[in-house]
Design a protein around this ligand. Structure first.
Ligand SMILES: [Zn+2]
Length: 380
């Protein structure tokens, strides 16, 4: 899904095209083909030109973000371009509010600048002011046929204004929503600022779906679905973080016991050990009784030969923790390291384990309790 093709560095920012760009020429050919008539070349040329322009305007928008980030000393990792939009990947949140606002405002501002320039050139055209009046009031009559340049200038103004205004809607994950969140964070907690902007994202997204239905515009509907999906995911992430910050390690800690699995034990023995527990991961020790990694139940069920030693199948990477570590920090470290879990040490000895699986289970349990509270009839 995320396959991209690197087209090069633009002003030093690596720029990639998403694979779905191959759909653009196909779509143009599809719309330009008329049964019984064949391919209408003027249509092919026109829509290729329009696609090229749209691509350019999205690129200018993303460069606005990326170059401003660089200028403010914030890393802009890369730009990814999709047929209907793009994204500048800025991995770390800027520390200063002013930088964050500037970086997210720079994309829409770049589009407004292009629109203003195109409008200036359009006014200078022979029929310029008449065309502008027509664009603003489509019910008026157009008595002259606009020249190609004039039409392209008109489209440039319209597309860039739509890009700027659309992205400035105060809805996460749009630029406007991120600017709003950065400003809110000055006065209220991060968590509240995220809840406000993501709930606005879901609300505005739903409203846009209604608008897209009225206008009969499926592209707007798709964009609205993206806004809703991203907002809901961010809202959920915030909720999970809060849950973990409020939980303690004992809720997910599996104490270590004496029946240990060793790297030289057979798969057969490990399967028997899994049969006695609901854990999906178990620790594996070496001959010196030192923890050397973890083995997953599913791996043994799927591909392992029962007579093979466990060392063929276990994962030697893990992280370590202390019993008083914060569960949110620990979970972040586990996810970052992409391991099964952490071994918890106290006074040089393993006292237990925290597995990703159990953290997910803990979150599921709190979620069920949360829904139950709303479903249960209110007691006096
Ligand atoms: Zn943007």
């Amino acid at each position: 899904m995320f396959a991209t093709w690197r087209i090069g560095r633009i002003f030093g920012v690596p720029t990639e095209l998403h694979w779905s760009f191959v759909l653009v020429p196909l779509a143009i050919l599809f719309y330009a083909y008329q049964p019984g008539y064949g391919l209408r070349w003027p249509q092919v040329q026109w829509w290729s030109g329009i696609s090229g322009l749209l691509f350019l305007f999205v690129l200018i928008h993303e460069l606005g973000h990326a170059l401003t980030a660089k200028a403010r000393g914030v890393k802009a990792e890369k730009i990814i371009l999709f047929p209907l939009g793009g994204g500048a990947l800025i991995p770390e949140e800027p520390e200063r509010t002013r930088d964050e606002v500037l970086i997210y405002a720079a994309g829409p501002l770049a589009n407004l600048l292009v629109a203003a320039l195109a409008l200036g050139v359009l006014i200078l055209q022979p029929n310029g002011d008449m065309l502008i009046r027509y664009y603003l009031d489509q019910s008026s009559n157009l008595i002259v046929l606009p020249a190609m340049l004039e039409r392209l200038l008109g489209i440039t103004v319209a597309v860039n204004v739509v890009l700027a205004v659309g992205n400035l809607l105060p809805a996460y994950p749009l630029d406007g929503g991120r600017i709003l969140r950065a400003l809110l964070k000055v006065g209220i907690a991060d968590r509240k600022a995220t809840v406000i902007t993501t709930v606005m994202g879901i609300t505005i997204g739903l409203a846009l779906i209604g608008v897209s239905y009225v206008l009969g515009d499926p592209l707007l509907g798709i964009s609205a679905l993206f806004i809703i999906t991203f907002s809901a995911a961010e809202l959920n992430r915030g909720w999970q973080r809060r849950r973990l910050a409020r939980s303690v390690m004992e809720q997910v800690l599996r104490p270590s016991n004496d029946s240990r699995l060793y790297a030289n034990d057979t798969v057969y023995r490990a399967r028997a050990a899994f049969a006695l527990t609901d854990a999906t991961v178990l620790p594996v020790f070496d001959n010196y009784n030192e923890l050397s990694g973890f083995v997953e139940k599913e791996v043994l069920q799927r591909e392992a030969d029962r007579n093979h030693p466990l060392r063929y199948y276990y994962e030697a990477e893990f992280i370590t923790a202390r019993p008083d570590d914060n569960l949110l920090d620990l979970t972040e470290r586990i996810v970052e390291a992409n391991v099964y879990g952490a071994a918890v040490y106290a006074e040089g000895k393993v006292v237990g384990y925290v597995y990703t699986e159990d953290v997910i289970r803990l979150l599921d349990r709190s979620r069920r309790r949360f829904y139950k509270r709303f479903k249960a009839p209110a007691s006096p």
